[in-house]
Design a protein around this ligand. Structure first.
Ligand code: ATP
Length: 474
C-alpha cells in the first residue's frame, strides 16, 4: 500500500559525534552509566542500563551465531573466572603481563609510559634535537620531570579461602586462560576432529594504569574469544579465515569498512606469546586505536601448560597415530569496545520538518528495541484497545518491542529514533475500519528514511521479523 514521503535533509558534517555526545546520549537514554556513581564512581568501571544490556546481548548473540553456530568445528565453554594461580604462572602473565608505568616527580601522577605526551626537543636556536623528545605531564604540565619507567603488573589479585595463609588468586586478565584449561576436557568429552576451536564469552579484569575514554579502556571488561587449534603448518590459512570472519562480523553490526583498519603489529610490540598479530583499529573520536585483535599464539600456551601441569596436552590422530602440540589462532574481541564502536558508527543527525533529528542507524539485528507500538491518540479507548492487542500479538513473536503512548506521535518517533528502533507501528482510525478497505492495517514507519507504509498487521510482523533476521534491511 501507499508510502508517505517525508523530506529529510542530511547534515553531512555532523555524522561524526564527539565522545561527549555519545556519553551523554548513553547515559540519558539508559545504555551506559558510570559505575557506582553516587559515591563518586570507580575509575575504569561502567554499568549497562536496560538498552545497553539489550545491545550487548544482541552483539554477543550475533558473535556466537557467526563465530560458533555457523560452523561445525566450534565448541563453547564458560570457565570459572578464578583459576589455580599456576595457570597464570605458566602462561607468563605473572611475570610478563605488565605495562610501563611512569610517575611525575612533581605531582606524583602516574601514567602509562607509552601514552605520555611528548614533543620534539629543540635547542636555543629552535633547531630540532634529533631523536630526543620532551616528556610532558598531562596533569601538572611539568616537562621532563619523570621518574624512570617501571614495569607494572596489571593482574588483580585476591585471596581464596578463609585461613590466614589463603591462596593468592588472580581475576583472569583474559578469557583465553579458561579456554586452554578446557582443551583436554573438550578432546576427552566431545572427541572433535582436527582442526577445531573453543569459544568463550566472559569478563576479564585488568588493573589499567590509566583507564580512560569511556568504555574503551576499562578495568573490568568483557571479551569474546576463540582459540582455534591447528596443525603447525596450517596456521596461515586459519589466520586468514578468522581475519575474514572478523570483517563479516564488523559489517553485520554496522561498522563501516572505511573506519576499520588492519595494523600488522611489529615484532617488538607483540605480546610475549605471539608470532603474528593484526590489530583491528577503529577511528574513535580520540584517534585510531585498537578495537579487536587477531593473534597467532603458536604452541606457546599448550606447551607451557603441559610443562607447568605435567599433563600431556598433545593431539593424537587415532587413524594416522600422528601426535603433535597444536598451534593456536586467536580472534579476540572486546564486548565494550564493540558497543562503543557500534554506537559511534550508528550515530546520525539530519533535519526533518526544520528540526534537527538524531537517530542511531543500528542494523535491526543489533537494535535494542526492534519496534515501538503506539495508538495515534492516547485518549481514544477504542484506539488504545486495538493497539494493545496488536502489541500483545507482536510481542509473542518479537519480544524486544516497546509500548509508547506518551506525548504526540512526532515526539514518540523522535524518542525511538534516538535509541535506534528500526520500526514504529501506529494504530489509527483506519485500523479500526473508518475506511473499510483499510481495516486491520497499520502504518509502519522506517527509522532511517522516516517513510511510512500502510500494511496489514500480519505483513508488519513478517517485515519486522525478516529485518531482525537480516533477511532485508529496514
Ligand atoms: P590495548 O593495546 O588497547 O591495551 P591489548 O592489545 O592489551 O589492548 P588484547 O590483550 O589483545 O588487548 O585484548 C583483546 C581485546 O580485549 C582488545 O582488542 C579489546 O577489544 C579488549 N580489551 C583489552 N583491554 C581492554 C580494556 N582495558 N578495556 C576494554 N576492552 C579491552
Amino acid at each position: 500500500m501507499g508510502i508517505v514521503h517525508i523530506p529529510i535533509h542530511t547534515m553531512s558534517d555532523t555524522h561524526e559525534p564527539s565522545m561527549e555526545t555519545i556519553i551523554s546520549l548513553a547515559k540519558r537514554r539508559g545504555f551506559v552509566f558510570p559505575g557506582s556513581e553516587i559515591y563518586g564512581g570507580l575509575a575504569g568501571t561502567y554499568d549497562y542500563g536496560p538498552l545497553g544490556v539489550a545491545l550487548k546481548n544482541n552483539l554477543r548473540n550475533l558473535w556466537w551465531r557467526i563465530f560458533v553456530e555457523s560452523r561445525d568445528d566450534m565448541y563453547g565453554v564458560d570457565a570459572a573466572i578464578l583459576m589455580n594461580p599456576k595457570v597464570w604462572e605458566a602462561s607468563g602473565h605473572v611475570t610478563g603481563f605488565s605495562d610501563p608505568l611512569i610517575e611525575c616527580k612533581k605531582c606524583k601522577h602516574r601514567f602509562r609510559a607509552d601514552q605520555v605526551k611528548t614533543k620534539p626537543k629543540k635547542d636555543k636556536e629552535d633547531n630540532l634535537v634529533r631523536d630526543e623528545e620532551v616528556w610532558i605531564c598531562e596533569h601538572c604540565g611539568s616537562k621532563n620531570n619523570m621518574e624512570e619507567p617501571q614495569q607494572f603488573n596489571m593482574m588483580f589479585k585476591t585471596h581464596a579461602g578463609a585461613s590466614e595463609d589463603a591462596m593468592t588468586v588472580y581475576l583472569r586478565p583474559e578469557t583465553a586462560g579458561g579456554i586452554f584449561m578446557n582443551y583436554k576436557n573438550i578432546i576427552d568429552s566431545v572427541h572433535p576432529k582436527f582442526p577445531f576451536g573453543i569459544a568463550q564469552i566472559g569478563k576479564a579484569f585488568r588493573n589499567e594504569i590509566a583507564p580512560r575514554d569511556f568504555i574503551f579502556r576499562l578495568r573490568e571488561l568483557e571479551q569474546m574469544e576463540v582459540e582455534y587449534f591447528v596443525r603447525p603448518d596450517e596456521w596461515e590459512q586459519a589466520f586468514e579465515q578468522w581475519r575474514i570472519m572478523m570483517h563479516e562480523y564488523a559489517q553485520a553490526i554496522g561498522i563501516k569498512d572505511s573506519t576499520l583498519h588492519e595494523l600488522e603489529v611489529l615484532p617488538k610490540d607483540r605480546a610475549h606469546y605471539s608470532k603474528r598479530t593484526i590489530d583491528f583499529e577503529f577511528d574513535y573520536p580520540f584517534g585510531r586505536k585498537e578495537l579487536w585483535g587477531l593473534a597467532y599464539r603458536t604452541d606457546f600456551d599448550l606447551s607451557a601448560h603441559e610443562k607447568g601441569s605435567g599433563v600431556e596436552l598433545k593431539y593424537l590422530n587415532e587413524v594416522t597415530k600422528e601426535k603433535f602440540t597444536p598451534h593456536v589462532i586467536e580472534p579476540s574481541l572486546g564486548v565494550d569496545r564493540t558497543v562503543l564502536a557500534t554506537l559511534l558508527s550508528a550515530y546520525r543527525q539530519d533535519e526533518m520538518g526544520n528540526e534537527k533529528r538524531v537517530y542511531l542507524a543500528f542494523p535491526p539485528i543489533i537494535a535494542p528495541i526492534k519496534a515501538m507500538v503506539s495508538p495515534l491518540l492516547r485518549n481514544k479507548p477504542e484506539l488504545v484497545e486495538k493497539a494493545r492487542s496488536v502489541y500483545k500479538d507482536l510481542k509473542k513473536v518479537i519480544p524486544q518491542i516497546m509500548w509508547d503512548d506518551n506525548g504526540n506521535i512526532g515526539k514518540r518517533y523522535r524518542r525511538q529514533d534516538e535509541i535506534g528502533t528500526p520500526f514504529c507501528i501506529t494504530i489509527d482510525f483506519d485500523t479500526l475500519g473508518e475506511k473499510p478497505e483499510l481495516k486491520d492495517t497499520v502504518t509502519l514507519r522506517h527509522r532511517d528514511t522516516a517513510q511510512q507504509e500502510r500494511m496489514s498487521i500480519t505483513n508488519v510482523i513478517s517485515v519486522v521479523r525478516d529485518a531482525i533476521q537480516g533477511i532485508t534491511s529496514s
